[in-house]
Design a protein around this ligand. Structure first.
Ligand SMILES: *Cc1c(COP(=O)(O)O)cnc(C)c1O
Length: 427
């Protein structure tokens, strides 16, 4: 996380010390680095350019659910990003952020009629359809609107992504996508529907993948299907390999994005020249974590130190409602002192104020702490704020974006009145 580093013992984001941001905006506080975001997106965009692929032959659709703040979407949109959404709400966010609906693809197993209508009205690029009943519903809704829906089928290539079971999505007995063996029949059905345009194929096998071998294996299976479809006269214009590239939380060494994309393009180009007389096919990606994960930290202040018989607890003002990943996936986040202090450390569990034993943020960390110290939970930019809740009637954290030596408040802190503003007493 090169945009977060120590200068004279003080942790900085770009040119700004984090303790100044905590004083100005309070804690808990999500802090993002604009340069980190731009760098991470460029890793994808540059690899497409290097492979000689223009906008019509490659598209990066940022996965909105990983971090959906309007400022984040706006920045990525300006850099040329498309968007992978999983709800109508996310589509409205993309539009509110100035994103281009014609670069939006819509994933998810449970799309509602209203969501389909909204997406069709905005003429999104493609629906990633995940089941036969969804296909029929979409055909119906598009018919009612007098439109045609562009679709790809999300196929389940049945490859093991070697990741946490909760974030593995490409195995057989998984709720996502249509089974590989059923895909041909699904495409045949889709091709007969009057309000459906079959344009692509997609898959997404999991998240936090460190190795690209499973992704390339999935790509090979997708390629095989595209060829079989072409033999039947169903010609696809794009293939979408999903997201899933991992990041370094602790000591993981994920494949470099540029290397992975180069391998994807090399395979695709070799295949097209062999089987399709060099006719190009557009390649799409749906990255989330690898774009925002390491671009953000969660700042928190130590409230109390509790020295138990067998454990020491650092009770901080951030909690599982702010950063759910440890409680949900036993995820590991680095914990850095915002101001380094020499001297003896003790081993702490870093926990929040929420009334749940599952409310922990980090376990067994050697830290030299005093109440009032600031800590940064590292690599919290993805699936941090978007998973935050109001459990225990805690307002969600504020979010700021740092650009060099400037800071922008991009979401104000929720106040208690916000939290019950939608509720009413029985008349
Ligand atoms: C969540 C999700 C992604 C993004 O995954 P990352 O691991 O964050 O890159 C992409 N596509 C789909 C369909 C998703 O559900």
């Amino acid at each position: 996380m090169s945009h977060f580093s120590y200068l004279d013992g003080a942790l900085h984001v770009e040119s700004l010390p984090l303790d100044a941001l905590a004083r100005q905006f309070g804690t808990p506080l999500y802090v993002y680095s604009q340069a980190a975001l731009a760098d991470n997106f460029s890793a994808y965009a540059d690899a497409c350019r290097l492979a000689g692929r223009g906008d019509d032959q490659a598209l990066v659709c940022y996965s909105v659910k990983s971090n959906s703040n309007l400022a984040v979407l706006n920045l990525l949109g300006k850099l040329g990003s498309g968007f992978d959404i999983v709800s109508g709400g996310e589509l409205l966010r993309v539009i509110a952020a100035g994103g281009d609906p014609r670069k939006v693809i819509f994933s998810g197993v449970g799309k509602g009629r209203d969501e389909m209508r909204l997406a069709l009205t905005h003429d999104i690029l493609c629906f990633n359809v995940e089941s036969i009943p969804e296909l029929h519903r979409l055909n119906e809704v598009a018919g009612e609107l007098g439109r045609r829906a562009r679709i790809s089928l999300r196929v389940n290539p049945d490859v093991d992504a070697n990741t946490h079971p909760y974030i593995s999505t490409g195995l057989k007995d998984n709720k996502f996508g249509v089974a590989y063996d059923d895909a041909l029949a699904c495409y045949r059905t889709a091709a007969t529907l009057p309000h459906i345009d079959v344009v692509g194929i997609d898959c997404h096998i999991g998240s936090q993948l460190l190795d690209d071998a499973p992704l390339l294996e999935a790509l090979d299976k997708v390629i095989e299907l595209i060829d079989r479809l072409a033999d039947e006269g169903i010609v696809l214009r794009h293939l979408d390999i999903g997201g899933g590239i991992g990041i370094t939380y602790n000591d993981e060494q994920p494949v470099a994005v540029g290397d992975y994309l180069a391998r994807v393009f090399a395979r695709v180009d070799a295949w097209r020249s062999q089987r399709h007389a060099g006719a190009p096919i557009k390649v799409m990606f749906e990255p989330g974590r690898s774009i925002v994960g390491n671009a953000g930290v969660l700042l928190t202040e130590v409230q109390y130190l509790k020295h138990g018989e067998s454990k020491n607890f650092a009770i901080v003002d951030a909690a599982m409602n702010d950063l759910m990943r440890p409680a949900m996936y036993e995820a590991w986040h680095g914990v850095q002192a915002v101001q380094q202090r020499p001297g003896a450390t003790a081993v702490y569990d870093v926990v929040g104020p929420v009334c749940e034993s599952g409310d922990w943020l980090a376990r067994g960390r050697a830290l030299n702490l005093e109440p009032g110290d600031l800590l940064a939970l590292m690599s919290a930019g993805a699936y941090g704020m978007t998973m935050a809740s109001n459990y225990n009637t805690r307002g969600r954290a504020a979010e700021v974006m740092v650009d060099g030596d400037r800071v922008h408040l991009i979401r104000r802190r929720e106040v208690p009145a916000d939290l019950f503003a939608l509720e009413s007493l029985i008349a």
